[in-house]
Design a protein around this ligand. Structure first.
Ligand SMILES: [Zn+2]
Length: 422
């Protein structure tokens, strides 16, 4: 046994053993049990913040620009399928995310530079539910994005359908009505900028603090609303048929309208795409080809080093074609309910038949029920905690940190890597 591996065996708890774990404990540097060291200039951090109740990722770009992707949040649904709030139920999920963000933003940062909502579901933006409190500053209620923006100023909000919110049809519900009120008030009173995500572009999600300092860093907008980058400089194509050709019941589903983008830093590439899926729940077999949005998105994206699993690792997402094209070394599953990740999806993620080569899978929560039904998931690289991908300056290598989500100390449970970027 290599000395490093021996050290690993001694220090990393057995539960952290991964599928093809590249876990090591560095001779110098962050140690298991100590808090994650602060981001430093030149590094790219990708935090997958676990509240148990949805997805929230925080990217800190090499120049310190912050990009919050989704906010986690309360959902309107039946409790038995949801997981408990982490660290505990004393605060709503959006507030936990805000507190996490406050603690990891670069020193001196007074705002979130970009907040991006991948699609309009409560587990990504925060639903307005019966007990959602009123804002203390504006004429709207607090949940998810509206809660976070009350606690930390947000400079820009980017979503898939500003300013119309009518594709494929106008969404009228308490959450969207509240969101529109929130945006209007913040634009008028707080100088908020709101933008619609522009698929195909590479000049929308840009560093704002030292734009020219890291030319190896960029974000390519891949897809939203079924419009997918075509591989040319700013070109796109429409995957979904024109709405007039579809019966209203057959309109694209909200998940498949999700925003997707690719982050590149030198040789390092990372994909994130909300709740994109391959299968329509109503017509899984024999469905129209356009309902599989994952395949064109995968073609536009190409191979990556790391990805967030689509749709929380649900049964209908992360298809063979998708995974076989992205061929990730690291997969992060942001689970929020029983059945995340699903047994069929986990098998695809671990299948060497779909793509050869090692891979480590990090799941933010695995419930007892899921552990019994998703065979093998107990051997995932991680089954509980925040997952932070920290890319070294220039993008040549990266590490993955699993952080304890039982409190707000962000203590390191396990360290994986360094991985070489491909
Ligand atoms: Zn979701």
């Amino acid at each position: 046994m290599h000395a490093k591996c021996l050290l690993l065996a001694l220090l990393v708890p057995a539960a952290s053993s991964g599928v093809d774990a590249a876990a090591q404990v560095a001779a110098v540097g962050p140690r298991v049990g100590s808090p994650l060291p602060a981001w430093t200039r030149g590094e790219l951090d990708i935090h997958h913040i676990n509240t148990g109740r949805g997805e929230a990722q925080l990217l800190i770009m090499p120049d310190g620009t912050s990009l919050l992707v989704d906010t986690s949040g309360k959902t309107v649904e039946k409790p038995p399928f949801s997981l408990p709030t982490r660290p505990d139920a004393s605060r709503p999920p959006g507030e936990w995310v805000a507190r996490y963000v406050q603690r990891v933003l670069p020193a001196g940062a007074a705002q979130i530079d970009y907040a991006l909502i991948t699609h309009f579901h409560g587990d990504h933006m925060g639903a307005i539910v019966e007990d959602s409190p009123h804002s203390e500053i504006g004429p709207y209620r607090r949940s998810g994005i509206t809660e976070i923006a009350d606690l930390i100023p947000v400079a820009r909000v980017i979503d898939r359908d500003w300013p119309d919110y009518d594709y494929p049809r106008r969404i009228e519900n308490p959450t969207m009505d509240n969101y529109r009120r929130f945006l209007a008030w913040q634009v008028a009173n707080r100088g908020l900028t709101v933008q619609r995500f522009l698929p195909g572009r590479r000049d929308q999600l840009v560093p704002v603090h030292a734009a020219d300092a890291y030319p190896q860093f960029s974000i390519r907008n891949i897809a939203a609303n079924g419009v997918v980058w075509d591989g040319t400089e700013n070109g796109t194509r429409h995957v979904f048929p024109p709405l007039e050709d579809l019966a209203p019941d057959d309109h694209p589903i909200e998940n498949n309208l999700s925003i997707a983008f690719k982050v590149s830093y030198g040789r390092f590439d990372y994909f994130t795409g909300g709740d994109l899926s391959s299968h329509d729940e109503e017509t899984t077999f024999g469905q129209e080809a356009w309902k599989d949005i994952e395949t064109p998105v995968a073609r536009a994206t190409g191979p990556v080093d790391a990805m967030k699993a689509n749709h929380h690792g649900s049964w209908d997402a992360n298809s063979t074609a998708f995974l076989g094209t992205l061929r990730p070394r690291v997969i992060v599953v942001g689970s929020r309910a029983e059945g995340h990740p699903a047994v069929n999806t986990y098998r695809r993620m671990t299948s060497k038949g779909i793509w050869n080569g090692p891979r480590d899978i990090f799941v933010t929560n695995v419930s007892e029920a899921t552990a019994k039904t998703t065979y093998g998931v107990e051997h995932a690289a991680s089954t509980q905690g925040h997952v932070v991908i920290r890319v070294a300056e220039g993008g040549e290598s990266y590490r993955v940190y699993v952080l304890d989500d039982a409190d707000e100390e962000r203590r390191i449970k396990a360290v994986f890597g360094p991985y070489d970027s491909d």
